[in-house]
Design a binder for this molecule. Structure first.
Ligand code: MN
Length: 386
């Protein structure tokens, strides 16, 4: 295969949903992709199995309490590190030429930043990196000539639609959204939503945080901000359309009225592999679309009154500076609060708004200032849970 240099990968968040799908992609193409490091938060059992199967140079466990047990179990197999310090340390390995960041939440910001500073390309599934720190990340990526390769299915779709196009001809980016499980519920009923109901996504099988974000439509808000930074368009050029079948993963309209859409089954292996194989494509074992199964593709407008999180996200990126970081941090806390049954589904936007109202924004920020804002916002939002 031309043009593909073997990808030596540090896979951050290997035991999550994207991490596991990434390993499925990597193992389909051992000639092209190799895992050098794996990291997990707390899922030691899966991490051990993965280490035995993929034989990386090292693994990192975030939770210090699990470090000793992991080190004993993997002695003679690979090096073992712990914590954010461990992640940042393994990223230094000069053999790594691609960092696949599939960490969940603001915890992913620093490893992305660090990878860029080290001049390593980043396949980015951690959307919070761009939501919270897009300005800083894109500026530094440009300076270091590092590629940010999006894994989020919508952004992969947009990327594929604009390949070979001139940016100045883009009129609109149309982000598609499934609408989540509560699309047709009345506003009143949203008050009673349980954790279990919110975790049942109609089309995608994903981690808990993103599944709740999809149910509140915050996920689409985060993705507007991601698209804003990745594709350098005006905010008003980004639109959201509800497309419940999740077959069109997003679209780009050009100034001559032509629209390109990228389609496929809802399988994250497809955008993951594209980020790894770009600029080429490789055969992938996945399901292929059967047009007998889909007799209609439908589209509708999102209801911002029913799903205020989407509007909060648009307002946050309009306000700019550190506001999106605050929103993101408060959302993480609120989603956790909902998953732990401390608050109602409809309290999520309230907690985010109150945290944002309390914030005095910075227009420009360093990585340290940003992480301090994140921490402060999480503390403030946590207090609101009680
Ligand atoms: Mn997405």
């Amino acid at each position: 295969v031309k043009n593909i240099k073997k990808k030596q990968i540090a896979l951050l968040g290997s035991t999550g949903s994207i991490g596991k799908n990434s390993l499925k992609v990597i193992s389909q193409h051992p000639k092209h992709f190799q895992v050098l490091y794996l990291t997990a938060n707390r899922n030691i059992n899966d991490l051990i199995l993965q280490a035995k199967q993929y034989r990386p140079r090292g693994v990192v466990i975030t939770d210090k309490k699990l470090y000793k047990e992991l080190k004993t179990t993997l002695s003679g197999i690979c090096k073992v590190f712990w914590g954010m310090g461990g992640i940042l340390e393994v990223l230094q390995d000069p053999e790594i030429n691609l960092v696949l960041n599939s960490l969940v939440g603001g915890i992913g910001i620093l490893p992305t930043y660090h990878s860029i500073q080290l001049g390593k390309d980043v396949a980015l599934a951690n959307k919070e990196t761009l939501v919270a720190a897009g300005q800083l990340i894109m500026k530094n990526a440009l300076k270091k000539r590092v590629k940010i390769l999006p894994i989020d299915s919508e952004h992969s779709a947009i990327w594929q639609c604009i390949l070979g196009e001139d940016k100045k001809n883009i009129k609109r980016i149309i982000l598609t959204a499934s609408g989540g499980p509560f699309r047709n519920w009345s506003k009143e009923k949203l008050f009673e939503i349980t954790r279990e109901q919110a975790l049942l996504h109609p089309n995608w099988d994903m981690g808990e945080k993103i599944t709740i974000d999809s149910a509140t439509l915050m996920n689409k808000g985060l993705e507007i901000i991601e698209a804003f930074w990745l594709y350098n368009v005006q905010l008003r050029q980004i639109e959201v359309v509800i497309h419940p079948q999740s077959i069109i993963h997003s679209m780009v309209e050009f100034k001559d009225g032509s629209i390109k859409a990228q389609m496929g089954v809802p399988d994250m292996k497809i955008p993951i592999q594209f980020a790894l194989s770009y600029p080429d494509r490789l055969t992938l074992k996945t399901e292929y679309i059967s047009f007998d199964k889909y007799n209609s593709l439908t589209f509708e407008r999102p209801d911002l009154k029913k799903f205020p999180c989407l509007k909060i996200a648009i307002d946050a990126i309009k306000a700019g500076g550190t506001y999106p970081a605050v929103m993101n941090a408060a959302n993480e806390v609120a989603v956790n609060g909902f998953l732990n049954k401390q608050i109602r589904f409809t309290d999520i936007p309230i907690i985010i708004s109150e945290t944002m109202e309390n914030h005095s924004p910075l227009k420009e920020y360093s990585i340290d200032e940003l992480l301090a804002v994140e921490k402060e916002s999480k503390k403030y939002a946590t207090n609101l849970l009680n």
